[in-house]
Design a protein. Structure first.
Length: 185
């Protein structure tokens, strides 16, 4: 792999602290980063409970990805349940904290791929649920452990895949990424 080409990780590429992040699987599962200002790779180990031997199960799909929620690197993981972990102190393995769990018994959790999109200021997160046939957006309140808003409003199932739209949360800045990596701000 060339240092100037990041592998295609469509479902789990996240940008934070001047670096792109994704799940790496070789030689062990970890969060891999590529800093765009100095073109250096980094690695953040996953929480101990999600170490590689625990994730391997014959015939069962384990979904895992990276997103940025509330300015923090977040790991989402769906196996026995759907969990979101937040890295409280960037780069420190011991600071991974499980934020919430949705039981896998919910049909929509079991049948769909779930990706966290945005964390609201109150303990609520916007999740996209999708399968090969389509997509649904829902909010999940961590305190109440409930899904309470859904889009489209009339939807009791998914939106057809051909109508899927995507969006990204970002903050505009005139600060050079090179300054971010050298702490000169």
């Amino acid at each position: 792999m060339s240092f100037t080409k990041i592998p295609d990780r469509e479902l789990c590429l996240a940008f934070l602290h001047g670096a792109f992040h994704w799940i790496g699987h070789c030689p062990r599962d970890s969060v891999v980063s590529f800093n765009i200002s100095n073109e250096m790779y980094g690695e953040i180990p996953l929480p101990g409970i999600l170490s590689f031997p625990r994730l391997v199960e014959v015939g069962r799909l384990v979904e895992m990805g990276i997103s940025v929620l509330g300015g923090k690197l977040s790991l989402y993981h769906k196996h026995e349940n759907f969990d979101i972990w937040v890295l409280k102190d960037y780069g420190v393995k011991e600071s991974w904290t499980k934020w919430f769990t949705i039981p896998i018994s919910y049909k929509i959790v079991r049948d769909y791929v779930i990706i966290p999109i945005y964390r609201f200021s109150v303990n609520e997160v916007l999740l996209s649920y999708f399968c090969w046939d389509g997509m649904v957006y829902r909010t999940h309140n961590v305190s109440l452990e409930s899904n309470n808003r859904i889009w489209p409003l009339h939807c009791d199932h998914y939106i057809h895949a051909s109508s899927i739209q995507d969006g990204f949360v970002y903050t505009e800045s005139l600060i050079s990424p090179k300054l971010l990596s050298t702490n000169q701000i």
